[in-house]
Design a protein around this ligand. Structure first.
Ligand SMILES: C[S@@+](CC[C@H](N)C(=O)[O-])C[C@H]1O[C@@H](n2cnc3c(N)ncnc32)[C@H](O)[C@@H]1O
Length: 274
């Protein structure tokens, strides 16, 4: 299958980023699992599984008669994932690249469900990943794609300078050959890979002042931008002053009594034809 080159992961796997990703999982996993409708006993594959929190939640849904395999490229993430799954012998993690899934021949076409969340935005050839996922599931098996469309973000009352930095962050994806708007392509990717698209949805991922997820949501945005500050400056997409101004502005936004955030994770599902 075609591979247009190694993928660059914009967020990195340093400690602060791992903390951001863990908090993001806390915000989103219940809703993601509700969408997935995993049944006890099912065999699931999680591609680009990060810290393994979603794989563990999937393992809770399959129960010990099922099986979950998480594939991840970074050793730092894998170490945390294995810690998260201690005591769950049916949840396994394996080092590997999403563009060359490390499956044994007898495992191919053996999964009921293959999932990838927040990975397709970080690879230059998302279709190649979806094709690999397709051949990993049984005929009739499900392929679930969940990812970002960064254009969806709305903040109100708009904190000055923030969208300027957000747009610069979006442009960084282009610099790496990745698609910051891949969320809107999920159904098309399923079709192009040869799956039959069955479902298109958004998983809500916003909030407002005084709801318990509001400050964590603002911190998630700040964490994303902090994590790629050096790259933004290196690629001259913003200045250090613009960055500092936007961060101050977000801090003030987090303290408002009247603020709202709209964001949603694109979610699409298809099946492998029988
Ligand atoms: C934003 S994180 C998402 C992790 C997890 N899926 C979740 O939703 O919490 C993306 C993960 O994909 C991994 N990754 C990036 N490119 C990859 C590739 N080509 N193959 C496998 N993993 C990759 C990164 O190391 C990172 O852990």
């Amino acid at each position: 299958m075609e591979n247009r080159g190694p993928s660059v992961y914009v967020h990195g796997t340093h400690e602060a980023e791992q903390a951001r990703l863990a908090a993001l999982n806390d915000l989103l996993n219940r809703r993601t699992i509700d969408e997935m409708q995993i049944r006890p006993g099912q065999r699931c594959l999680d591609v680009g599984c990060g810290l393994g929190q979603l794989a563990v939640a999937m393992g809770e849904a399959t129960g010990p008669r099922g099986y979950v395999l998480g594939v991840e490229r970074s050793d730092d993430q894998l170490a945390k994932a294995r810690d998260a799954a201690l005591g769950m012998s049916h949840v396994e993690f394996r080092r590997g690249d999403a563009l060359h899934l490390p499956l044994r021949p007898e495992e191919r076409a053996g999964f009921d469900i293959a999932v990838t969340r927040f990975l397709l935005e970080h690879v230059p050839d998302p279709l190649a990943v979806v094709r690999h996922m397709l051949i990993s599931v049984k005929p009739g098996g499900r392929i679930i794609l969940a990812d970002d469309d960064h254009d969806v973000l709305r903040l109100h009352p708009q904190p000055p300078g923030v969208m300027n930095v957000w747009r610069a962050y979006i442009r960084l994806y282009d610099r790496f050959g990745n698609d910051p708007f891949v969320g809107r392509r999920l159904v098309q990717l399923l079709h192009q890979a040869g799956a039959k698209p069955k479902r298109n949805a958004w998983v809500w991922f916003g909030g407002c002042s005084n709801d318990e997820s509001f400050v964590p949501l603002v911190h998630n945005i700040m964490g994303i931008l902090h994590g790629c500050k050096d790259q933004l400056l290196l690629h001259e997409l913003i200045t250090a002053d613009e960055f500092a101004f936007a961060m101050e502005s977000l801090k003030r936004f987090a303290a408002r009594e009247d603020a709202a955030i709209w964001f949603a994770m694109s979610y699409a599902e298809g099946t492998r034809q029988e």
